[in-house]
Design a protein around this ligand. Structure first.
Ligand code: FAD
Length: 468
């Protein structure tokens, strides 16, 4: 005798997209994110196809008492985009990019990767500023702020956001812009994934041709001279000039001297994001360094199409590694701070780890501090301690290098941190400190749009009343 199957205790999510549960052939690949330290097992992964689908999936998860998180490009370093037992609203199938080259705007699906955005916009000679690795998600990156190669010239990614289509915790589909739900629009620009699911971003576009890049590797013993020059030059440099510094082991690049591959070096790329080739500026800096007796041990000069620039370091930052990061802003690049950076950069544990100092300023600092929820407008020097190692390398050694480096830098750090970088184990106090002056206003907006804290699996801003 055959028996009828038992009726399901809860109806399924009823979405148009694919539903992935344990046992599905794609379950393991779908729950895997960029940071392989994160190994979580959601009950459902809902690959929604549009805003209405997100409403259905979210409504079902809430009605059945399940926890929810949102996945864009899966690059959250602390692993916010996957949770145990709960529901992942996976936006990877909402990945269309529509470019209007005349109006110079792009409408970008909430699950797009930066590479999707860059390829579609550069096909028209246009771009919007975003991060530096093309497999990062537009969603998480934009909602945190968005730092990258072109930020000094065109501002952060959020400074170019014109509007967003948002599914709220209550299941409404809203458009947020300067004139529609302006409080929500303010909070989305820096406040992270706390306020709803963004199914579409609308960005302003700019013309951009090839970027002129001088990729330089210096000896670690020359790094103090290079970093002092960067400190002295960048605060007054033209917006088009980019200069950042990465202590890491020399990658096996075609232009790297064979004998030096794998040894700690300072990579200090200089780039010109603008008209002309910026050679006066770049060559001037290299000539000044040469007068001080410092020459790159390896260098590669030339124009590079923007899409290629955005992919240049994709492999170095590829999927499949274990990661533990910490991030902050340096108060200043004093000689003492530089000494700490050089000491810690010279003892990097793994071939993929990096100690990074970026240069902000330029257009970023000309947006008023309260105009968006990104509170770090006047900071100049983000510092990231990125522990990145292969699964067959030792966790303890690599985590210790990050923690010890961060501890050594602590006396040199200012308040706050950019929550998109690092935060591997940020607690509530650190998250609050990270948002700084925007915290109270963000909590007010959170209370309006997500009073039950449905979107809590992120750098969480609790609604007023919760935890007070
Ligand atoms: P996910 O892990 O998919 O999402 C993280 C969280 O963001 C989600 O849990 C959710 O809360 C929220 N979220 C994502 N998409 C949406 C959406 N559409 N709607 C609502 N909420 C959403 N940052 C920079 O600023 N500049 C860089 O150059 C840069 N480079 C990076 C390179 C690498 C290799 C990595 C790993 C990170 C980099 N970051 C950079 C940090 C990056 O901005 C964050 O990790 C960001 O969270 C990645 O976004 P994602 O969509 O891929 O993340």
């Amino acid at each position: 005798m055959t028996r009828a199957p038992a009726a399901p205790t809860t109806p399924g999510p009823g979405i148009a997209g694919v539903v992935i549960t344990p046992g599905h052939p794609d379950y393991d690949t779908s729950r895997t994110i960029w940071n392989r330290m994160i190994d979580r097992r959601p009950s459902h992964i809902l690959r929604c196809v549009d805003a209405e689908d997100v409403c259905r999936g979210l409504g079902w998860a809430r009605a059945t008492g399940r926890e929810v998180t949102v996945r864009g490009g899966g690059h959250s370093i602390p692993g916010h985009s996957v949770i145990d037992d709960g529901v992942v609203i996976d936006l990877s199938d909402i990945n269309g990019v529509f470019v209007d080259p005349v109006a110079r705007i792009a409408r970008v699906g909430g699950g797009c990767l930066l590479g999707d955005l860059d390829r579609a916009t550069q096909a028209h000679g246009l771009m919007t500023p975003a991060g530096a690795i093309s497999h990062t998600g537009v969603g998480g990156l934009t909602l945190g702020g968005g730092l990258g190669w072109t930020m000094r010239r065109f501002g952060l990614t959020i400074d170019n956001l014109l509007a967003a289509e948002v599914v709220t915790a209550a299941g409404e589909v809203l458009r947020a812009s300067a004139t529609e739900h302006p409080d929500l629009f303010w909070a989305l620009r820096g406040g992270g994934g706390n306020f709803g699911v963004v199914t579409e971003f609308e960005f302003a576009l700019h013309e951009l041709g090839p970027v002129h890049l001088a990729a330089n590797a210096f000896e670690v013993h020359d790094a103090p001279v290079v970093l002092r020059a960067m400190r002295d030059r960048m605060p007054t440099a033209p917006d088009e000039l980019v200069w950042s510094a990465f202590f890491r082991r020399l990658p096996d690049w075609p232009w790297a001297p064979r004998a030096r591959v794998g040894e700690p070096v300072l990579l200090a790329p200089l780039a010109w994001v603008g008209d002309g080739d910026g050679r006066d500026h770049i060559d001037g800096i290299l000539a000044d360094l040469a007068r001080l007796g410092v020459r790159p041990l390896a260098t590669g000069h030339g124009p590079i199409p923007y899409v290629e620039l955005q992919q240049l370091n994709d492999e170095l930052n590829g999927h499949g590694h274990r990661n533990y990061h910490k991030s902050a802003f340096l108060r200043d690049l004093t000689d003492d701070t530089i000494d700490v950076l050089c000491a810690r950069g010279g003892v990097i544990a793994s071939a993929n780890s990096q100690l990074e100092v970026l240069s902000m300023g330029g257009a970023i600092s000309r947006t008023a501090p309260d105009a968006t929820a990104f509170p770090h407008r006047t900071e100049l020097w983000p510092v990231n301690v990125c522990g990145i190692w292969r699964p067959d390398e030792d966790d303890a050694t690599n985590v210790a290098w990050v923690k010890d480096t961060f501890a050594a830098l602590r006396p040199h750090l200012g308040p706050g941190s950019y929550h998109n970088f690092g935060g591997s184990d940020a607690d509530e106090a650190e998250t609050k400190d990270g948002f700084g002056r925007t915290w109270t206003r963000l909590r007010e907006v959170k209370t309006r749009y997500d009073p039950d804290n449905v979107f809590r699996h992120c750098a969480n801003i609790p609604p007023l009343g919760e935890g007070d």
